[in-house]
Design a protein. Structure first.
Lengths: 226, 303
């Protein structure tokens, strides 16, 4: 599903955010990418959504070589990859329903399709009873659930979660991870970028550890080793 | 496609509404620019009318001796008519001149009394010559001066050309100054629109980030801001139409008083050619705004 071949991202002056990365994430996997700050985790996420381009090597997503992806192809790529971040990036003046619907509206989704799909994904994330609430009216965990719902509306093959629990207490963090696992069971590939040792150790899934832009460990059932 | 268009319109109107003060300032600057351009047009129309009015009055009088025979006068008239610089020659006989004089001084009994006391018709027959155009005016004067006909008593060659050149000079200077002012306003408009689009994108940075993340196309992200700039142009042209209608309404009586006997109707001119005048202004303002907005969105709304 995701393949990095000797991929390097070099920032001026000769700072290698990614350094000859080689990895292969299979469809339906749940992979945690761990590492200290500045080790290249976010650069990897940005590369996967076409926000950054690698300078050396090759990146393939779902069989599509995105190494030299054209600007007009980026939106197509992003509709196949859901992304969630530490800051929820919800629009404060829109209800949770409207926030999720917004993702479809801006991608030319028809009103009937929006009316059908949004309640479905809201139900998946457990917010079907709070669709009319504004972001400030719900907890941080529920806000993150709404962003997951928004990421799911295009039925992505991959869900990238960049520190999704960074702003949450342990209970809400646990619930979000449970939700990600549930989505993974539906067949969506999950790439979780995190600092949270407890979560990684509790998952008992594949763990890739980055240091200085390089993969220093790749364990099938791994632990947080740093 | 239609839904996408509707959403672009909705986001554009949202953009204008959420930055209402900035939108108002933008529109005000545009209105000022358009006002300057339209004032230039007024100067041009008034200037042209003044020049035409003077051109109408240009004629050259050849005063003939009272003793001149009719056949001699008609021969001279034919000779003058044959000149290439002449448009038209009118012969005013002594009797006709007297009639004209009387009707001109009909409110002045003293003059009419003096004429009665005189007993005879003291007025000379005249040839009134209209030149073909202003450029050949000097040549015509030279030609007429070269005529050595015994029946010519005197020649009246007022220097209308100098007057016309003066008026042309003034209108050209006013026009040039207006042109410079317009260019300055166009430059200000470009900067203001550019800045408006930039601020609008800053206000909507969160929406733009989300749009990018969820896979909205570049066109969809940028279109609302480009459309806003067109809407600004449209509103500004509508406002300037109202302002100019009122302004011309106030100006018209003064113009009519100044150009008595001439048809100077600026309201008719502006609104008779409304589609051409205001349509082209909308087109020009729209293009300028589009360029400024496009430069801003290209720089600040990257996908």
């Amino acid at each position: 599903m995701i393949k990095f071949y000797n991929a390097s991202k070099i920032y001026p002056v000769d700072v290698r955010a990614l350094n000859k990365i080689n990895l292969h994430i299979k469809p339906g996997e749940f992979v945690s990418i761990v590492g200290q700050s500045g080790t290249g985790k976010t650069t990897m996420v940005k590369t996967l959504i076409g926000e950054e381009r690698i300078d050396e090597g090759k990146v393939v997503v779902g069989g599509w070589d995105i190494t030299d992806i054209k600007e007009n192809e980026i939106p197509i790529l992003r509709r196949q990859i859901g992304v969630i971040f530490q800051d929820f990036k919800l629009l404060p003046k829109k209800t949770l329903f409207e926030n999720v619907a917004f993702a479809m509206q801006v991608c030319n989704g028809s009103p009937s399709k929006i009316r059908k799909i949004v309640p479905q994904v809201m139900k998946i994330v457990g917010l079907d009873s709070k669709m009319d609430r504004y972001p400030f009216e719900v907890s941080g965990g529920e806000q993150q659930r709404a962003t997951i719902a928004r990421a799911l509306v295009h039925r992505p093959k991959i869900l990238l979660a960049d520190e999704p629990t960074g702003n949450l207490d342990s209970l809400n963090a646990h619930e979000i991870i449970e939700l990600l696992l549930r989505i993974n069971r539906f067949g969506t590939t999950i790439v979780l970028v995190t600092h949270n040792r407890e979560i990684v150790n509790g998952l008992k899934r594949r763990v890739i550890t980055l240091d200085n832009g390089m993969v220093i460990s790749d364990q099938a059932v791994g632990k947080y080793i740093l | 496609m239609f839904i996408a268009l509707l959403r672009v319109v909705k986001f554009s109107l949202q953009d204008i509404y959420r930055n209402i003060w900035l939108s108002l300032v933008t529109i005000m600057i545009l209105v000022l620019s358009l006002f300057t351009v339209n004032m230039l047009l007024v100067v041009k129309v008034v200037g042209d009318t003044a020049v035409e009015a003077i051109k109408e009055k240009i004629d050259i009088n050849l005063f003939l001796k009272t003793s001149a025979e009719e056949n001699e006068i008609l021969a001279l008239k034919a000779k003058v008519s044959n000149l290439s610089e002449v448009k038209d020659v009118t012969y005013i006989s002594k009797a006709q001149a007297l009639e004209n004089f009387k009707s001109k001084h009909t409110d002045n009994p003293e003059v009419l009394e003096a004429l009665k006391v005189l007993g005879t018709n003291p007025l000379s027959p005249t040839l009134v010559i209209k030149p073909k155009n202003l450029e050949s005016f000097d040549n015509l004067i030279n030609e007429l001066n070269s005529f050595d006909d015994q029946i010519i008593e005197s020649r009246n060659f007022s220097n209308y050309k100098a007057m016309l050149e003066k008026i042309n000079g003034i209108t050209t200077k006013v026009y040039d100054a207006g042109l410079v002012l317009s260019i300055i306003f166009v430059a200000i408009t470009l900067l203001v629109i550019y800045n408006s689009a930039r601020v609008a994108m800053y206000t909507h940075r969160r929406e733009i980030t989300i749009m990018r993340l969820v896979g909205a196309s570049k066109k969809f992200i940028q279109m609302p801001y480009l459309l806003s700039s067109i809407i600004y142009a449209m509103i500004s042209v509508l406002i300037i139409m109202v302002i100019f209608y009122l302004f011309l309404h106030l100006l018209q009586p003064y113009l009519e008083a100044f150009f008595v006997g001439y048809n100077v109707n600026l309201i008719q001119y502006f609104f008779g050619n409304g589609l051409k005048i205001f349509g082209s202004q909308f087109l020009a303002a729209g293009i300028i705004n589009l360029i400024a907005s496009y430069l801003a969105v290209r720089k600040y709304a990257k996908v």
